[in-house]
Design a protein around this ligand. Structure first.
Ligand SMILES: Nc1nc2c(ncn2[C@@H]2O[C@H](COP(=O)(O)OP(=O)(O)OP(=O)(O)O)[C@@H](O)[C@H]2O)c(=O)[nH]1
Ligand SMILES: [Mg+2]
Length: 687
């Protein structure tokens, strides 16, 4: 099979909020395109893309899945991305390698918090976007309400390109406003060919067709002139102009349907082919210098049997199994070996993959997610995928003694697969800490350690990653001196520390400034002071949390011709910092989470009251179709065990979604308790 030409490929990430039907939609598209001969369902665990056991059990996508299909001689690569905030790594990685995002919205709930998040990321990467309003068969679903919400909350350049025929459980098909035809197939089988638009919809179709044409011609002068002269514009010309506008991010067509009944898929597939630009048209912003062959590895799968599978996009090529590339990061040469196309859990070998296409290879030696491999070493800056930082940490330990190494090895593999999962040892307590974006993500990792790597791990209660910082400037001087016969120890330094607040939206950091004049401390000892300060900053004196947001200026000092050593200056630096820190009004910081809770209207009072008692601050409330979405900011410490509380308040009908927002100072009365608690723990540890 020869490589597909770049002009004939469409790369599309299917993204959106949790549970809006992305996986079901991918399933329907594969079915309609003839890749599968039955429509799988989430309930029965028979979809192509949610194929892992734990995805079946939890009825949700836990990682990005690759699928592809052919439609009108175009190859469409669809990456089905998880919607849950804890599993965003794959979503962000996928968005980095596609030209288009298919943003799925629920016809009932409209624009939800994660839709906004992925929209913002797509905006950053200047991706072409198509919106699909799904679940229109559900009670209280309303296409026009969601269209309006998309226009207000996503972009006023969202324009309907399809309309539903009928509504709620009587929805029977869609009208394609571009080609002016209808697709109706109430049986849920494969959609047949185009049909005439039902007469009863004439007026509405006329109105929305005009809105669409107005929006399209506005982006194209030639078409605008013809339109104003009253010419009936042919569908191909409108489609070509539409593609131009979508490519340039000037329009976002809004399609609609019902994934689980396979309604609206023909029109959607046509739109993906006609509306979304190919790699040849839009190209990539990832650098590969003058390499003749290059690939970007954007995801790694830890398969217990096949080993490491590296998923990549071809930047320059084609590439085939014989291709040998070099990784400029390690300078290691890697022969690709068998090139694969992934389709859910299956893979099929292919001879070659052309520019813009997406595929995978197994068993590359030292390649990690984020590497660009090239045919000869060229200086390239690998693209930075801005993965979210882990926000929650749990202490973990193997259930069986002696399994420590096995647990660590399994976790290393899982972190390769999901870079937002990290394991490290807490130097203070010696515990292994597993950090991630949400409790569920960490629990899934623990399940996978069991199912893939056969090691049972115990999860201990989560820890809140407090930080410490200072409010005031302070100075301190410390002289470390020891005379014990023979050569002594001598280091003396004076420092000034000052607060360094985070840049807007940025993280707190640290800076060491060398202000020594006249060489009172030799150059060789100054980094030792920095090192000592950093060590002291690992555990602040308030609650043992890392100190950040501090600038340390080394202003003065003294050395001894014989007795001075790096060690002595390190200790002096460390102790000087401790002194200065105590005088600099240290404060405790805690992570604040942004939470979106969706609950039945009648439970809003109870849920709000509860959030309030958790020090939550209400940001907004939106009642939609019997459910209310509450947005609030809540300290992480108060919301660690929210799911049980929400279940009991809403009789299991509530759902929530949260993500890290920023650090804030802990209110004094709360901070006091944490500080005392730490003190007690330290004393017990000493005893
Ligand atoms: N009535 C109705 N149910 C749907 C539709 N699409 C999906 N569902 C159901 O909604 C639930 C969630 O569907 P999924 O396809 O898993 O949604 P998702 O967006 O992939 O979910 P995550 O990957 O976990 O974010 C499943 O029970 C589906 O059967 C639809 O169009 N109509
Ligand atoms: Mg899914």
């Amino acid at each position: 099979m020869p490589a597909t030409e770049p002009g004939k490929i469409r790369n599309i990430a299917v993204v959106g909020h949790r549970g809006v039907g992305k996986t079901s939609l991918v399933e329907a598209l594969l079915f309609q395109a003839g890749k599968t001969n039955r429509l799988g369902s989430i309930g029965q665990g028979t979809t192509v893309s949610d194929w892992e056991d734990d995805e079946h059990r939890r009825q949700m996508s836990l990682s990005g899945t690759f699928t592809h299909l052919d439609w009108h001689e175009r190859k469409i690569n669809l990456i089905d991305c998880p919607g849950d905030a804890g599993f965003q790594a794959d979503t962000f990685a996928a968005l980095r390698v596609v030209e288009g995002a298919l943003v799925v919205l629920s016809g009932v709930m409209g624009v939800e918090v994660n839709s906004l998040r992925v929209w913002a990321r797509a905006e950053e990467y200047e991706l072409s976007r198509v919106v699909f309003v799904n679940m229109l068969d559900r009670e209280r679903a309303d296409f026009f309400r969601v269209l309006e919400a998309a226009r207000v909350q996503l972009s006023d350049r969202c324009v309907a390109i399809h309309l539903p025929i009928g509504s709620e459980h009587e929805m029977t098909g869609v009208v394609d406003l571009l080609h002016m035809c209808a697709y109706m197939d109430p049986t849920g089988g494969k959609e047949g060919g185009p049909q005439p638009i039902p007469d009863s919809m004439a007026a509405q179709v006329q109105e929305y067709r005009e809105k669409l044409l107005d929006a399209v011609v506005e982006t194209n002068e030639d078409l605008m002139a013809r339109y104003l002269e009253g010419e009936e514009l042919p569908a191909e010309d409108v489609a070509a102009a539409l593609k131009g506008a979508v490519t340039r991010d000037e329009l976002y067509p809004v399609a609609c349907g019902v994934a689980t009944k396979n309604l609206g898929t023909t029109a959607l597939l046509d739109l993906l082919v006609e509306g979304v630009p190919s790699p040849a048209r839009k190209g990539t912003t990832i650098e590969f210098g003058d390499a003749k062959q290059a690939v970007f590895v954007f995801k790694t799968i830890a398969d217990p049997f096949a080993g490491r599978i590296s998923c990549f996009r071809v930047l320059a090529g084609p590439v085939s199994g014989d291709t040998t590339l070099v990784d400029p990061r390690t300078h290691a040469k890697e022969r690709l070996g068998q090139v694969l196309l992934l389709q859910g859990k299956d893979n099929e070998p292919v001879d070659a993959l052309g520019v813009g296409d997406i595929g995978a290879v197994a068993k590359l030696k030292d390649v990690v997610t984020g590497d660009v491999l090239v045919d000869h070493e060229v200086p390239v800056e690998p693209p930075h995928i801005d993965f979210p930082q882990p926000v929650m940490s749990f202490a973990v330990s193997p259930k069986a003694k002696g399994d420590e190494e096995k647990m660590a090895a399994g976790m290393r593999r899982l972190s390769e697969e999901d870079p937002t999962l990290q394991m490290r040892r807490d130097p203070q307590t010696g515990e292994q800490l597993l950090s991630g974006l949400s409790q569920m993500q960490v629990e899934v990792a623990v399940d996978r350690l069991h199912s893939r790597f056969h090691v049972d791990v115990e999860l201990h209660p989560p820890r809140v990653p407090y930080k410490e910082t200072i409010r005031k400037e302070a100075r301190a001087r410390h002289r470390y001196k020891k005379q014990t016969g023979g050569r002594g120890q001598f280091g003396d330094c004076a420092i000034r520390i000052e607060p360094m607040p985070a840049e807007d939206g940025g993280e707190l950091s640290y800076e060491f400034v060398d202000k020594i004049v006249g060489g009172v401390i030799s150059h060789s000892y100054r980094p030792a002071v920095d090192k000592g300060v950093r060590e002291a900053m690992e555990h602040g004196d308030l609650a043992g949390a890392p100190v950040q947001g501090v600038r340390v200026l080394l202003v003065d000092g003294m050395e001894h011709a014989v007795d001075s050593s790096e060690m002595a200056f390190k200790i002096a630096g460390s102790l000087a910092f401790k002194d200065a820190y105590a005088k600099a009004e240290p404060v405790l910081l805690e992570p604040i989470m942004e939470i979106e809770v969706s609950v039945p209207d009648e439970t809003v009072g109870a849920v709000n009251g509860d959030l309030n008692s958790r020090r939550g601050r209400l940001q907004g409330m939106e009642p939609v179709a019997g459910m209310t979405t509450i947005r609030a900011e809540v300290p992480m410490a108060e919301i660690l065990t929210y799911s049980q509380a929400l279940t009991s308040m809403t009789g299991g009908r509530g759902d929530y979604h949260m993500a890290f927002l920023r650090y804030e100072e802990v209110p004094t009365h709360v901070a006091q308790k944490i500080i005392e608690q730490t003190k007690r723990e330290r004393e017990t540890a000493k005893a």
